[in-house]
Design a protein around this ligand. Sequence first.
Ligand code: IPE
Ligand code: IPE
Ligand code: MG
Length: 256
Amino acid sequence: MTRAASSIASPETLPRHIAITMDGNGRWAAAQGLARSSGHEAGLAPVRLCVEECSQLGVEALTLFAFSSENWSRPAEEVASLMGLFFSAIDREVGELGRKGVRLRIIGDRKALSIRLQARIASAEQRTAGNAGLRLQLAVSYGGRWDIVQAARKLAGQCASGALRPDQIDEARFAGALELGALPDVDLLIRTGGERRISNFLLWNLAYAELYFSDRLWPDFDLAELARALEFFAGRERRFGLTGGQVQAEHPPVAQ
Ligand code: IPE
Ligand code: IPE
Ligand code: MG
């Protein structure tokens, strides 16, 4: 049985929302003497694995960081190869996503993408919009700071038009204006590639996420490593600012 992660995840300890920073494609390619673009292409297989496994496990939402606001400053050739990869992968995968009941959404500054890619994204989103399974977000041209600014701009516009009063802006309304909207906060952030940083991913939504850093390069990420991340998550005591005593009083350990 290849469902390595399934064996350890129980409904009480399963994250509702997993986010993954898929880092290390370039180093993976360099180690094989290949062009960086080959590393990005090799990163597609673990994406499929994670989508399949999260669907099977009943994870509500999976958000994958594919291209950051800052990644636009990479060499033009690499940016072009990544955009080409998004274009072909979205088209190729949308049928399979549909069969799995996955609902796909792209988060990020889509106006920065080519009109062709924007159209393909819109069509993939439309084709999967009615699906009731895993909510899959692909972050492309995404930055946590950009997200907060676009939310502020949206709310400021509503205030300027008189549709909203500034005192009606609270955390819930602000969160609703962010790209992830009504999705639950991220419970578990996995970052591959060995770096221990956020790199401008979901700054607001990661507020109380558990952080799992893996030394694996993304193309080498597999079900066993996902299982380790889920096991790590299952072992955390999430306190959300309370004391350990308060948390244990609320959720006493279940007798065996
Ligand atoms: C992650 O891999 C993919 C993107 C950021 C687009 P990298 O391309 O950053 O790979 P490394 O970190 O250089 O190995
Ligand atoms: C983060 O990786 C962005 C994605 C994985 C899409 P980077 O490779 O861009 O992050 P830094 O530059 O190492 O912080
Ligand atoms: Mg990197």
